[in-house]
Design a protein around this ligand. Structure first.
Ligand SMILES: [Fe+2]
Length: 382
């Protein structure tokens, strides 16, 4: 069975039948081989090939649809709704983690109504809910991290073209991915210094603890269970608890794994300060071959943009603002709410789309830590 795909969707493991449109000025060129390395994809790119025909009986199918849906509501409008939901989910996460800590077990069904509302928020605007933790300062990393991973996984899943049922499940997996940490002593989780080898071994038990807790409930989808137990597995086999590699790691676990790393590094922890999203994406990009399946980190960067929503930035004309929306085709050129002049004095807020040609052409020249300037980015966006 043949399928026409864009070059950007081509991955190792696919069987390419031919390329070309089959017309006089763009005739078919027969290939008939497996893509085994990224070099073969680069070579096709250099030949300026845009579309190909693959055989999905002989090789892999397209893993993701890469069809991000359009937002129906603006970032600023959705932020108010998303904030109420975020605070409500924070209360819920505190409660179910406390239940597990006190040996009461969990009932994931109680999370479904809230997850449904968060999913609707993501479908209205893909980035508002996911940017909240970067705009507002919430303490209690253990709980905010569960919510951030749930929301960002739904946002990334939506970008990848997952359907409504899959989004609901990936959100559930995100919310419960670290539930096993409730069985690790809190003192250890909040230790400000480095872990000893014995302490690290104890931390590494949490995916299995979480899996055991969740398997005790009937009707939970296997994709959620696998994401919980496999979210620390890495493509090169260096992860834990089972040392799985490559495609043996489930797709849901890969998505949760990427989002987990991103949120952990961009959050304040008891042993280090948050890093800027742009710097974290660069680290993830440099390690992409080791940690995740081919093309997934690249897609995450396209989804988030080099300057993800909530980033505090300086424009080429000296003014400052907060990123509100990414342009998926131009990762370096998001929409920015400009609210401060070059001396950090308040201005009448203005939305600037840096992807649009203007005179002078505006671009982002720096991404900054708002805390260093004592700037409340949430107030700027509102
Ligand atoms: Fe974890």
């Amino acid at each position: 069975m043949h399928k026409r795909i864009r070059l950007g969707q081509l991955c190792p493991g696919m069987f390419v039948v031919n390329y070309g449109a089959g017309t006089f000025d763009d005739p078919f060129v027969e290939l008939g081989y497996f893509i085994k390395t990224m070099d073969q994809i680069v070579e096709l790119k250099e030949r300026r090939i845009h579309e190909l025909l693959i055989d999905i009986r002989l090789g892999c199918d397209v893993r993701f649809k890469d069809t991000p849906p359009q937002n129906t509501v603006s970032f600023e409008q959705e932020l108010h709704v998303a904030e109420k939901l975020y605070v409500e989910t924070l209360r819920h996460a505190r409660s179910f983690m406390a239940d597990v800590r006190h040996g009461k077990g969990v009932d994931y069904q109680q999370s479904l109504p809230l997850l449904d509302k968060l999913m609707q928020s993501v479908r209205r605007n893909r980035t508002a809910a996911g940017s909240l933790s970067k705009l507002r300062r919430f303490d209690e990393y253990t709980y905010t991290h569960c919510i951030n991973v749930a929301v960002l996984s739904m946002s990334f899943g939506s970008f990848l073209g997952l359907d409504e049922e899959e989004l609901r499940l990936i959100g559930l997996a995100g919310l419960y991915h670290d539930v096993g940490k409730a069985l690790v002593p809190e003192k250890l989780l909040n230790k400000p210094g480095r872990f000893t080898p014995a302490e690290y071994a104890q931390i590494k038990t949490h995916p299995l603890h979480g899996y055991k807790l969740m398997t005790s409930q009937s009707g939970l989808d296997q994709r959620v269970l696998r994401a919980i137990v496999e979210h620390h597995e890495r493509a090169d086999g260096s992860g834990y608890p089972m040392g799985l590699a490559g495609d043996d790691i489930s797709t849901f676990a890969q998505i949760i794994g990427i989002v987990d790393v991103y949120d952990a590094l961009t959050s304040n922890r008891c042993y280090r300060s948050a890093q800027l999203p742009r710097d974290v994406l660069r680290i993830m990009f440099e390690r992409r071959e080791n940690d995740f399946i081919t093309g997934l980190v690249e897609r995450f960067i396209k989804c988030m943009g080099i300057y993800p929503p909530g980033s505090f930035v300086r424009l080429s004309d000296g003014r400052y603002g907060v990123v509100c929306e990414t342009n998926t085709d131009q990762a370096l050129a998001p929409r920015v709410k400009v609210a401060l002049d070059s001396k950090l004095r308040p201005l009448t807020p203005e939305i600037v789309d840096t992807a649009v040609e203007s005179n002078p052409k505006l671009s982002i020249v720096d991404c900054l830590d708002p805390a260093q300037f004592k700037i409340d980015v949430y107030r700027l966006v509102n």
